[in-house]
Ligand binder design. Structure first.
Ligand SMILES: [Ca+2]
Ligand SMILES: [Ca+2]
Length: 236
């Protein structure tokens, strides 16, 4: 019996360790990895500058996972990146902050310059889909935008960015979509790193997406009343 128990424990440990040994994160490992996008009373102005009051109160997600090696990336002067997201009236707003010691923005091909890769999974299939993959070059005007992306604006010489996605009814309290964001760091025309917001062990090979949850700490109606009350109060 002792031997059986030993075999069972060994097998269990092996099964627990297996996803990490393979260098892949399973869907289950993403369960506790999510971003809570909160409802805001006033939408941010999508101008690339993060001076809107809503961005002062949000909890950012960090871009600190090396998507090639699967390792956690230590803090470094070469790169730091973070994002935050809020929602209002059917729109998801995303703010991005990037510090890169060498911005590469004047190449003809996207692969040879710094860019952001973003996935949205509006119907929460859990997986990445090319249809909802957005490649956003740093500090550049973009032509026609692919739906549901409605606006991209840069500020501070490409160090800050604001985006908006029109999700209509999908942006509602308690709803969940798939979401991820990564930065492809190119220096001298060569790709150096792919750094993403993801749990440890996650690589670009993983097809699963983390969750983004639409939260509302104040009921929408209640909040609207508060805003109206704010307007009334300001008259006096
Ligand atoms: Ca702004
Ligand atoms: Ca770079």
């Amino acid at each position: 019996m002792k031997l059986n128990r030993y075999v069972f424990v060994t097998l269990s440990l092996f099964l627990i360790a297996m996803p990490y040994a393979l260098g892949h994160v399973t869907g289950a490992s993403l369960q506790n990895f999510q971003y809570n996008a909160d409802l805001v009373a006033v939408a941010p102005i999508v101008d690339g500058y993060l001076d809107d009051p809503v961005w002062e109160k949000v909890i950012p997600g960090k871009l600190d996972q090396d998507l090639i090696s699967g390792d956690h990336l230590p803090e470094s002067p070469d790169f730091s990146g973070s994002f935050a997201a809020v929602w209002r009236n059917g729109f998801l707003y995303v703010a991005i902050k990037i510090l890169d010691d060498q911005f590469e923005t004047h190449q003809k091909k996207l692969a040879r310059e710094d860019h952001i890769i973003l996935h949205i999974d509006p119907h929460h299939s859990g997986r990445k889909d090319a249809l909802y993959r957005f490649e956003i070059p740093i500090h550049k005007e973009m032509g026609t935008l692919k739906s549901p992306l409605t606006r991209v604006a840069w500020g501070n010489d490409g160090q800050t960015c604001e985006l908006s996605f029109r999700l209509d009814d999908l942006a509602r309290k308690g709803n969940v979509i798939g979401f991820d964001i990564a930065y492809n760091d190119v220096d001298n025309g060569q790709l150096q790193h792919k750094i993403g917001w993801a749990p440890e062990g996650y690589t670009e090979e993983d097809e699963f997406l983390p969750d983004l949850i639409f939260t509302a700490r104040i009921e929408p109606n209640q909040q609207q009343k508060l805003v109206q009350w704010g307007h009334i109060k300001s008259l006096y």
